[in-house]
Design a protein around this ligand. Structure first.
Ligand code: NDP
Length: 291
């Protein structure tokens, strides 16, 4: 009987994923798995439910399985910090980590949310934020990540409009005292007008996210003009009422799906060492959200 020639096989997959609670509606696996298939990589992205009090055990498991990295989503982005050996300067400033990768036995924390936004701004809108006047609506985790990156990229001024003054002022404090950018908090008024000299306007609240797809921030949309770039963090649906109204005013718009794809692409590159197939990743998510 003729034997098959010997060849080295490796059925072991490299593992990454996300810890969250709840996590079942997190769509990141769809785009990362599409990227692994596109590059023919034997990698898997696992969507893992981890309750807050089990995060320490989850990290023991991550190390035992030799996972290559992990994303963190609600409620673990801040709670993860004690489990890391190193934290990037930006993630340290924001006080939150959404991507962990392994270098030898070290676990290193990074935050790609704001960097994904910056890539969308630079790549898809050809905008350099240096010297720009920015207005951010919202002061939660997404706003902190975006504002930090914009400040580090030398935006001229950052104005934060937020419903709760505590969170708005805390973000301004971070921007002014720790990064040294000119930042202001403005309490959110009814039909809030956006200053005419604004270059970049960002909705970084969760208003407009599925299933509340008819909702939009209460601002005076007449105050938006064609000289502004208007951005939304909401990935699903990508075309929010906020962006539609800005579109009607003649402004250039950037959706939150781009930010989501680019932040995932940064994670993909950190983990695998390969450039991410961003077009394939975006198409995978568009198809997912359309169903
Ligand atoms: P947080 O809970 O940390 O912050 C939510 C923000 O929205 C706060 O500023 C909150 O104001 C404000 N807000 C919520 N509802 C209302 C309302 N009805 N009226 C006024 N203000 C409101 O959430 P995150 O910052 O983590 O996430 C925000 C959004 O960003 C989510 O929809 C998420 O999907 C999206 N996101 C998108 C990413 C992407 O890659 N595209 C990445 C990360 C997040 P207050 O402080 O007053 O409560």
């Amino acid at each position: 009987m003729e034997m098959k020639p010997h060849r080295a096989v490796n059925y072991r997959a490299e593992l990454v994923g996300v810890f969250g609670y709840p996590v079942s509606e997190n769509p990141t696996g769809v785009m990362q798995e599409a990227a692994f298939r596109e590059l023919d990589l034997n990698w898997r992205y696992l969507t893992i439910e981890v309750e807050p009090e089990e995060l320490a055990d989850a990290f023991v498991g991550l190390k035992a399985f030799k996972m290559r990295g992990i994303n963190l989503t609600i409620p673990h982005k801040v709670a993860v910090l004690p489990f890391l050996d190193e934290i990037s300067a930006e993630a340290r400033l924001m006080g939150a980590v959404n991507t962990v990768y392994r270098e030898g036995n070290k676990l290193i924390g990074e935050n790609t949310d704001g960097k994904g936004f910056m890539t969308a701004l630079r790549t898809d809108a050809s905008i350099d934020p240096a010297g720009k006047r920015v207005v951010l609506i919202g002061a939660g985790g997404a706003a902190r990540a975006i504002a930090t990156e914009l400040a580090l990229a030398k935006a001229k001024t950052l104005t934060i409009i937020n419903r709760s003054p505590e969170r708005g002022k805390s973000l301004v404090e971070l921007l002014e005292n720790r990064i040294g950018v000119d930042a202001h908090f403005t309490p959110w008024q009814e039909k809030h007008s956006i200053p005419p000299d604004t270059d970049i306007l960002v909705n970084s609240t969760s208003i407009g996210l599925f299933p509340d797809i008819e909702e939009s921030p209460d601002i005076n949309y007449e105050s938006i003009h064609s000289g502004m770039v208007v951005c939304d963090v909401i990935p699903n649906p990508p075309k929010t009422p906020f962006l539609r109204k800005a579109d009607k005013r003649g402004a250039m718009t950037l959706d939150g799906l781009g930010m989501l794809v680019y932040q995932g692409a940064i994670g993909f590159r950190i983990w695998t060492g390969y450039e991410a197939p961003v077009r394939v990743m975006r198409q995978a998510l568009e198809k997912e959200f359309a169903e």
